[in-house]
Design a protein around this ligand. Structure first.
Ligand code: SF4
Length: 357
């Protein structure tokens, strides 16, 4: 299989061209053709001589993701895509419309090792990391398909971004490169379930991208139950890493808090959330749970409202994120799971047909 040209940073592309005896300015032309003009074939890189186009075609692939399913919400137009990778694995990405924003929620791994109990991807286990090119291509293809400019990218799809750190950062760099895709670094959010070494590295490297932490509980016992990774990274240490990030980077951090009925949505929980986060410059996104598992259902509207009001009256930094795409199961891993179910069903029908014949 050929390497994807989308894996290459501008510098690596310049090195490749130098080795091929081509001048550095060709790198700028290639980057523009790929990211500014979103060309899907090397043949269409019209600013390049034919010889270089053929050479690129011989050495690289330009598209490796094949769209195999798509669902559009009739309620809010949320669009969810299922892609097949070059080796047959599948990943998901979502387009969320929240005027004036168009946000792409993208995957960083095939599956996930962390097994958060409210998440369908966690049930898959980890299959492999995505390459930078596979991450970037989700953005390029979705932008083409919706025919509108993305305003924000969040790494909140399948996988834990901090466990595929190098590829995620490389992809974010390509997406924010002024000659590349040109998205502002602050508009790209890396969201982690709380991998402390990743947060520390992100801080030490002074990464310009935004950071979000999926907190989901303020009590270790409950957090360990719904997010087993917390056994390794307790809340106090996690919040300290978040505080240091905010202080050193002079940036506001986002805490994501998935509200689950009877698990983390009481007023006592809201009170703890305010107490634990009050010294950290942050905003808090509260998202009613979007799980298909009845054990992890969203609280009533009234409970959500009370939780939100409690936090807002004391800190005024909470945002209630609506359950976008609820009716199309837009939470991560659900379209994949549905597709696998359909595949198994079709296989059973074929096997039964064969037996009858
Ligand atoms: S919520 Fe994120 S970190 Fe947790 S299992 Fe799902 S994909 Fe992995």
């Amino acid at each position: 299989m050929k390497n994807s040209i989308l894996d290459l940073s501008s510098e690596k592309l310049t090195e490749y061209l130098a080795a091929a005896g081509e001048p550095a300015f060709r790198s700028k032309q290639i980057f523009e053709s790929i990211y500014a003009q979103n060309k899907t074939s090397f043949d269409d890189f019209s600013t390049l001589p034919k010889k270089i186009r053929s050479r690129l075609d011989q050495d690289f692939s330009l598209r490796t993701l094949k769209k195999i399913d798509e669902i559009v919400s009739p309620v809010d137009n949320t669009r969810k895509f299922l892609w097949q990778l070059g080796d047959g694995y599948k990943i998901e990405s979502v387009v969320i419309y929240e005027k004036p924003r168009i946000t792409f929620c993208i995957s960083s791994q095939v599956g996930c090792a962390l097994d958060c109990k409210f998440c369908a991807t966690g049930k898959m286990g980890i299959l492999r990391n995505l390459t930078p090119g596979e991450i970037v291509e989700q953005v390029l293809q979705m932008q083409d398909l919706i025919d509108a400019k993305v305003t924000n990218v969040v790494f909140m799809g399948m996988g834990e971004p901090m466990l595929n750190y190098e590829s995620v950062i490389r992809a974010a760099e390509i997406l924010s490169h002024p000659r590349g895709f040109g998205l502002g670094a602050r508009r790209i959010t890396i969201s982690t379930s709380g991998i402390i070494p990743g947060i520390k590295r992100f801080t030490e490297e002074k990464q310009p991208f935004s950071l979000a932490i999926s907190l989901n509980s303020t009590e270790d016992e409950i957090r360990e139950k719904i997010m087993p990774i917390s056994r390794k990274y307790p809340i106090e240490e996690l919040l300290e890493a978040a505080r240091i990030y905010s202080e050193n980077m002079r940036r506001i951090i986002t805490f994501e808090y998935v509200l689950i009925d009877k698990i983390n949505s009481s007023i006592a929980n809201a009170k703890q959330l305010v107490q634990l986060t009050h010294r950290i410059p942050c905003k808090i996104n509260v998202i009613p749970c979007n799980s298909t598992d009845p054990e992890y259902s969203p609280p009533s509207r009234e409970t959500v409202r009370e939780f939100e009001n409690y936090v807002n009256n004391r800190s005024r930094r909470i945002t209630l994120r609506k359950r976008k795409g609820w009716e199309i199961q837009a939470a991560c891993g659900q379209l994949y799971a549905e597709n696998e179910k359909k595949k198994r069903k079709n296989k059973n029908i074929t096997e039964q047909d064969n037996l009858i014949r």
